[in-house]
Design a protein around this ligand. Structure first.
Ligand code: ITT
Length: 198
């Protein structure tokens, strides 16, 4: 019987959101660290799907565990969808998000209104004990702000404005962000797929 999910991420912002969104599934959700595991996956794929699948395949689990992973990123249309799958590595993995966010704002200095369009994309992969892999994708559309706003979330949230709300995703509560985010949508679709299996 499947009774737990090991979520293969080293990103504390992701695991916080994932645990809240998956809470109603009734399974224990553990981060890699909590499961006493580490992995070192080279994210060599050029799509979010490919990288999410590489991440789950890198974890050896038992037959009562689903291994899940998230590959996600920010696509800025005026930058040819950069940073995309390279979002974590943009300007270097150890560069602060203050610097990364300002660099994106600066690169869009000539752009206004919808020319600043962008989206967050999230693909969730789930490796089942029988070896099957499921994937689910979610997106949220927005525009890049003119300055960082808000303290919530992580990563690029302070520059990602949700036009309908007039706030950045860093200015939303965790519940508000999870209800509309790329990650919330992808995990909700994944929960639907899993309900037929669990
Ligand atoms: P793991 O591979 O260990 O899960 P990671 O941070 O390296 O962690 P990714 O390769 O999927 O994960 O990179 C995703 C990056 O995209 C993340 O580091 C952020 O820069 C950005 N990102 C994704 N979702 C985001 C969100 O909800 N808010 C802000 N930035 C986000």
């Amino acid at each position: 019987m499947i009774d737990r999910i090991i979520f293969a991420t080293e990103n504390p912002g992701k695991i916080r959101e994932v645990k809240a969104i998956l809470a109603d599934l009734g399974l224990e959700v553990l981060s890699l660290k909590e499961a006493g595991l580490t992995t070192n996956v080279a994210e060599t794929g050029d799509t979010f799907e490919a990288n999410a699948i590489l991440k789950v395949k890198a974890v050896a689990a038992d037959d009562h565990t689903i291994v899940m992973a998230d590959d996600s990123g920010l696509e800025v249309d005026a930058l040819g969808k950069e940073p995309g799958v390279y979002s974590a590595r943009y300007l270097g993995e150890d560069t602060s998000y203050r610097v990364k966010n300002q660099a994106i704002i600066d690169r869009l200095s000539e752009k206004t209104g919808l020319e600043r369009s962008a989206r967050f994309v999230c693909v969730i992969a789930a490796l089942l004990p029988n070896g099957n892999i499921l994937t689910a994708r979610g997106t949220i559309e927005g525009v890049i702000g003119y300055e960082e706003r808000g303290e919530g979330g992580f990563g690029y949230d302070p520059i990602f404005m949700v036009p309908e709300l007039g706030r950045s995703t860093a200015e939303l509560t965790a519940e508000e962000k999870n209800a509309i985010s790329h990650r919330g949508r992808a995990l909700t679709e994944m929960k639907e797929k899993l309900r037929g299996i669990l």
